[in-house]
Design a protein around this ligand. Sequence first.
Ligand SMILES: [Zn+2]
Length: 549
Amino acid sequence: MGRKKIPLSFIEDLLSRVDIVDVISQYLTLKQVGRNYSALCPFHPEKTPSFVVSPEKQIFKCFGCGVGGTAITFIEKYENLSFYEAVKRLCEITGIEFPSEFSEIDEETDILYETAYEVAKYFHSKVEKIKDYLLNRNLENTTIKRFLLGYAPETYLKDLKKDREILKKLNLVTEKGKPFFANRLIIPIFNHTGKIVAFGARALRKNQTPKYINSPENDIFHKGNILYGFYQAKENILKDKEVIVVEGYFDVISLFQAGIEKAVAPMGTSLTENHAKTLKRYAKKIVLFFDGDSAGERATLRAAEIFAKLGVEPFIARPPEGEDPDSLSRNKKLLDEIISQALPLSKYLIKLAKTSSLEEKTDTIKQVVSIFSYFDTVDPFKLRRFLSELSVETDSDIKWLKSLIKTANRSFTKETTSSKLPTPEYEKAFIKGLLERKIPSKVEISPNLFISDECRKLYILLKHSEKPPNPIELEKEYPELGGILAELSLTEFTEDEIKAALCRVLKKEIERKLRNVKEFNIKKKLKLMSINLSNKEVGGIEDILSCIN
Ligand SMILES: [Zn+2]
């Protein structure tokens, strides 16, 4: 199709025309601190801000979890997009035109997206056939259009005249060549950037089982990453900083129709940590609004626990027994009331413990403490308040409640402590020296000497580049290096620090060689080099390098 990859020149031009402070301000509240701006990091739980945005360098960096990079990298991570999608999104936000000739040049994926969209449009064109059903469900035309609802007649494979292999990849054909969906209401699944990647299908008759079927996962559809309705709700969620999580497609659709355009649902499975992380980045207030039955109750607690693990206290809205958000949307007044009266998780859990039956009380208390104990690390005061309130409300001994925390927590800390070592300062200074060409790239050391994976990778890249590398290009090719590049760009090292770092790295290299050589003369020479390097009076970089020749 003659489309080309986004050229570096376009990216550089784009980045020079936008201000990273404006871009990030659309997502986070930034506070000016000296020359920089800071905020609570959206990528890891924290109480004091370690997330920094530098208007001078046009980069961001979190000194807590290490992520960092340009405005594009920020959008990529925040919205969970590919590089290509993030560039497009940045253009969208800033009103800069995105040339249509650029593509991801992944022809096969493009064909899948295009076909899925055409199939969805075809199903949508047949929606008249189930008009009565939709009317019965109270669905208005604008809603049907907005969610591109459709109908799959038995004959769709013949009607579509599409490449069977592609339809197979989209799971629209069974192994036996039969239609995967037939005589069902079709709900196209949009991914978070608005591409149709799968279909949900609902039975239309009582004797049709199962009630729902979904496309199995395929190359473009990964359940754990997609929330139904997110694409349609995204702008509102960002604006209001609030999201409502419901159980099913029709809960999302009906809430939208009732004017609550910020509802999302996990894809026929329970909420995953990935879903929760996405929502946490977009919304300050997360309301869990599941069905009014015991399954909905259990799902609420499971989802609440996932958010608690991320240091987020969700709000809980519960429909009356037997109702769900879909059924309630016919009664807007009651619906609004229930949502506005959603309880913060702590209050909800206390209420749950307080109202549980005598036989179940001990178990319920253990369960609610176990869920809330995740706040121990992010917000110990919140946990303490919770425990004392729980103790008063359920008339239980505070010491006993605290003892439950210890047992609940043990499994938690084990899961989350990371084994990754922090990057030593001298490695950063050494790489900074190389980047600025204060240290010539001819310096030969073993890449295995680096403790930090990022520094090792950068060293190898710098070693093989003739001219000083362009950080924007490096970040584009190696997004995982965004954090270290941003940090290096924000950190100034003095001449002496760079020299000390060079000496340290060279000495490590000599030690490594000493371990590997046996010959006496070489050993002696290496030892002498090491001694020379230890001599504080070595002078400039060239003098240091002469020690090892
Ligand atoms: Zn962070």
